[in-house]
Write a protein that binds this ligand. Structure first.
Ligand code: GRF
Length: 205
């Protein structure tokens, strides 16, 4: 069997998506393992989850750098050290530089069905709009906000009595399953991205 795909996961908060990847990769048949977890802030549960799993962590705080470019370069350098096949931005609250994206194939999850409701408040915006179905999207990160080529999507029904928290929790449950499934298939079968079309099973990681 070939070596498992090397994942670097970036987090800014609770890290439940990260935990789902850590749990899945405990099985060697999954085909991927988390080799490092990075964050843009300290003292978050996402980092604690990595430490409990014995996975190396790093923090690069924007406020520690004089310029945004300096932070971008530092993040690229530290991620490069772990030689990832794939970077997963899982609740990471910073935009990534073009140089970073040119260097690493990077996936992100968004708690809405793209192209609807991009940005920081996907569940709230879906609720305010009154849609009956929303969901989560896994996409290849590009220069825009939640605009990249779509890898996978999962629908979630909006309940009459949902508030933002209850809706987001249900979306996150579906989102984690989608993420684990798609990342595993990409690790085992490869991915091909042509324009906006993404094909898992393209043979290349
Ligand atoms: C997820 O819903 C993700 O889509 C959004 O932020 C949430 C992160 O959750 N960007 P967690 O940190 O993985 O628990």
């Amino acid at each position: 069997m070939s070596q498992p795909a090397r994942l670097v996961v970036l987090v800014s908060g609770s890290g439940t998506n990260l935990q789902a990847l850590l749990d899945a990769s405990a099985d060697p048949a999954y085909g991927a393992r988390v080799v490092a977890v990075g964050a843009d802030r300290e003292d978050i549960e996402g980092l604690a989850r990595a430490e409990r799993a014995g996975v190396p962590t790093f923090v690069r705080k924007l406020s520690d750098f004089e310029t945004r470019e300096g932070w971008d370069a530092a993040l690229t350098t530290v991620v490069e050290r772990f030689e990832p096949d794939l970077v997963v931005s899982a609740g990471f609250m910073k935009l990534l530089s073009q140089e970073f994206l040119d260097r690493f194939l990077t996936l992100n999850t968004h708690p809405a069905l793209c192209p609807a409701f991009p940005g920081m408040h996907g569940p709230r915006d879906a609720l305010d709009y009154g849609v009956r179905v929303t969901g989560a999207t896994l996409f290849v990160v590009d220069a825009g906000v939640d605009t990249g080529p779509i890898v996978a999507q999962v629908p979630v029904e909006v309940a009459e009595d949902d508030d933002v928290a209850s809706l987001h929790e249900r979306i996150k449950t579906a989102e984690r399953a989608m993420l684990v499934d798609a990342v595993g298939r990409i690790a085992r079968e490869g991915i091909a991205v042509e324009g906006r079309r993404v094909r898992i099973g393209g043979g290349r990681r």
